[in-house]
Design a protein around this ligand. Structure first.
Ligand SMILES: [Zn+2]
Length: 489
């Protein structure tokens, strides 16, 4: 059995880990111009926060306020033109041009809240990173939006305005007194982190690892940037690792196989001072954009394996994730791991795809010159080595069965969500029915009372009519008597 350089989680025995959480409702201000339906919407971070508070998890964490990032820290990774664009795009002056400007970019929308949200998202990740680097916190999770990993040096892209993780990474490296010299960025969002890759392309202080759907460059953000041959350049050669999936439906077993045979051995050699995770959850089961099958348990195993490095100093920054249930459940699972106060099983169910072994082999071959621990092994050797953690898969039938199993799990989740919605609707319907019945009862009561009062009035009118008749008759008698007396005179 191999041991990583640092097995401690950053605390003394019996001491509780200090896990920071940052969430700010002001990051909900960024939205589509007229609130049109969009997967990257404010409900994403609200659903996470609601889940954490209803489960009482926030009480076990250290909550801190979001702060807007200063321009000088953004300038380490973005151009001044880009900073000015994001700073001014929400101003009154830009209102008439805003949609036209957004249309110039790839998958970008702006509204009057975009600037503030973008500055807060980048500032929150930076603040979280600083607190962890200083040792005020052991770990932190920044529940932020808009996300960041697609944003490039001079353009927003793919729902991302500022590259939050890259800004925080540069900040840590530039603050010499923090003593952070080597940073591992793990990007497990289902999309390639193209922006982050470019920003640290020639930098050996930052090891950028991204696992993503690629499918020969046909999956967003498309093109060759996410290919496994993109390994960095100059001093940064070997410090950019891409694991490009050939197909959808990848799940826990595929990710853990990549962790065990690429990321963890390299992380052990790199020995980072701190880890920043571009934590997108769009590879989660049931995500409408990702089409993959990672469960909350899968994410917790991936994170648990990373906790063994850098004394457990990990900052997680939210990227994608568009199925609100899967997103919130996965974040909760990760925060439970960061808190490290209950044991989790480090094994997962299922088998990797055959294509996963092919990708692992290709990545190891590409990078073995830089990381001797990855020196090529034949697929058989690789699979035998893997067999203690994940059984090997070598025939098409098993691949199909695994794919079908993934689909069944995904369908089951969808069905269970529909059932939850139906139950909620039934409860709402019953409540409305009870309310309607009670209103009918009150109305019937009123009608009875009005009817009673009308009957009483009718009796009173009839009585008064009779009295009037009697008075008339008496007056008539009196008149006749008077007139007969007059005749007698
Ligand atoms: Zn994504």
């Amino acid at each position: 059995m191999e041991f990583p350089p640092d097995q401690s989680n950053g605390t003394e025995p019996g001491e509780r880990r200090r896990v920071g959480l940052v969430y700010d409702e002001r990051m909900c201000k960024h939205s589509t111009p007229k609130g049109e339906i969009h997967p990257e919407n404010p409900d994403r971070i609200r659903s996470i926060w609601n889940k954490l508070t209803s489960a009482g998890i926030h009480q076990r964490c250290v909550i801190f306020d979001a702060k807007e990032v200063e321009d000088k820290y953004i300038a380490a990774v973005h151009t001044n033109n880009h900073i000015n664009l994001i700073k001014t795009i929400s101003s009154e002056k830009m209102a008439s041009k805003r949609n036209r400007v957004a249309a110039r970019y790839n998958s970008i929308h702006f509204n009057e809240g975009s600037s503030e949200s973008a500055y807060l998202a980048a500032g929150s990740v930076l603040e979280a990173a600083e607190k962890v680097a200083k040792g005020e916190l052991n770990s932190a999770f920044a529940i932020v939006r808009p996300p960041g990993h697609h944003a490039e040096e001079s353009e927003p892209m793919g729902f991302c305005l500022f590259n939050n993780v890259a800004i925080a990474t540069s900040f840590l490296l530039n603050q010499k007194k923090l003593g952070i010299n080597k940073i591992l960025i793990v990007d497990w969002d289902v999309h390639h982190g193209n922006g982050t890759q470019k920003m640290f392309w020639k930098d050996s202080r930052v090891l950028v690892f991204s696992v993503h759907r690629h499918e020969n460059g046909s999956f967003y953000p498309t093109g060759d940037d996410g290919s496994h041959i993109m390994i960095g350049e100059g001093p940064g050669a070997g410090y950019n690792i891409n694991v490009p999936w050939e197909n959808d439906q990848c799940g826990d077993a595929d990710y853990i196989a990549v962790w065990d045979h690429i990321l963890i051995p390299v992380a052990r050699e790199f020995n980072p001072d701190i880890i920043i995770i571009s934590a997108g959850f769009d590879a989660a089961l049931g995500d409408p954009l990702g089409g993959c099958c990672v469960t909350p348990h899968g994410y917790s195993v991936m994170l648990k394996k990373l906790m063994k490095f850098s004394g457990g100093k990990i900052i997680m920054a939210l990227e994608g994730g568009y199925n609100l249930n899967s997103l919130a459940n996965s974040v909760v699972a990760c925060i439970e791991v960061l808190l490290d106060d209950k044991p989790i099983a480090e094994s997962v169910e299922g088998y990797p795809f055959e294509s996963t072994w092919r990708v692992i082999k290709a990545v190891r071959e590409e990078l073995s010159a830089f990381w001797p621990v990855l020196v090529d092994k034949s697929p058989e050797e690789l699979q035998v080595k893997c067999s203690d953690s994940v059984p090997k898969i070598i025939n098409a039938k098993e691949v199909t069965a695994t794919s079908q199993r993934g689909k069944i799990i995904s369908d089951t989740l969808t069905l269970s969500e529909s059932l939850d919605r139906l139950t909620e609707l039934r409860i709402r319907f019953q409540k409305s029915l009870m309310q309607i019945k009670s209103e009918i009862h009150v109305t019937e009561d009123r009608i009875h009372r009005v009817k009673d009062s009308m009957i009483k009035t009718a009796y009173a009118i009839s009585e008064q009519g009779q009295q009037l008749e009697q008075i008339r008759s008496a007056v008539k008698t009196l008149t006749q008597t008077r007139s007969s007396r007059g005749c007698e005179k």
